[in-house]
Design a protein around this ligand. Structure first.
Ligand code: HEC
Length: 195
């Protein structure tokens, strides 16, 4: 076996041999080392950003949000706002979020932060019991036109100025807490939040 060759210009021949095959102790080229360590650093940053930062949005979530926004647009363009369309809106994340924002700015004062209603101020809106009509379109109409009882306006004033899109969205937000076919009609005297 040849002894290790020591020469500054030549790579060093290593002392071992396997099956008669010898090996030079070559210094790895810088571009190669850069690729190796660079990819280790990149992997660590990638993993931290996508799995642990809470900032990155994964493809599935981004796609769902895009599809939801697209469906929200299509539903908002429907001319004939019937029960079926309002139910569909109530299952669309984008529309419900828009409606929740309307609720938070305009309805919360009388109907409460949890929709539980407030005595003397506004009826409960998260239960299945409805006083002034138990269909999606009647809920929409009550919000849009306000509620008159015994010929006198109640605290529920018309919200028509909001425009159809916001009225439909806030109706969808209320319906998002309900199941189709389960809305019940009750009398005004039986409204639980006013007892
Ligand atoms: C100033 C207080 C007030 C505000 C603000 C208000 N409401 Fe009301 N709302 C009432 C009252 C009072 C009633 C009950 C009417 C009655 O006396 O029969 C009511 C009734 C309703 C009903 C009918 C409930 C049923 O059982 O049939 C709906 C739906 C409703 N409000 C939705 C809304 C929405 C949505 C908003 C915001 C855009 C809103 N309200 C803002 C006071 C208010």
């Amino acid at each position: 076996m040849a002894s290790p060759d020591k020469n500054d210009d030549q790579p060093v021949l290593m002392p071992h041999a396997y099956d008669g095959i010898q090996e030079f102790d070559q210094r790895l080229p810088n571009w190669w080392l850069f690729t190796l360590f660079g990819s280790i650093v990149f992997a660590a940053l990638y993993w931290g950003y996508y799995q642990h930062s809470g900032v990155a949005v994964d493809d599935r979530t981004a796609l769902d949000a895009d599809l939801s926004a697209l469906e929200a647009k299509q539903l908002a363009a429907v001319k004939n706002l019937d029960d079926d369309t309002l139910w569909k809106m109530s299952r669309n994340a984008q529309t419900v979020a828009d409606g929740q924002a309307v609720y938070a700015s305009l309805c919360i004062t009388c109907h409460g932060p949890t929709l539980a209603g407030m005595k003397g101020l506004g009826f409960r809106l998260d239960d299945a019991a409805w006083v002034h009509g138990n269909t999606p379109t009647s809920i929409f109409r009550n919000i849009s036109e306000g509620i008159v009882f015994d010929g006198k306006p109640t605290g529920m004033a018309p919200q028509k100025a909001l425009g159809t899109a916001k009225l439909a969205a806030v109706t969808a937000f209320l319906l998002s807490k309900q199941e189709p076919g389960k809305l019940q009609a009750i009398s005004r005297a039986d409204e639980p939040s006013q007892k």
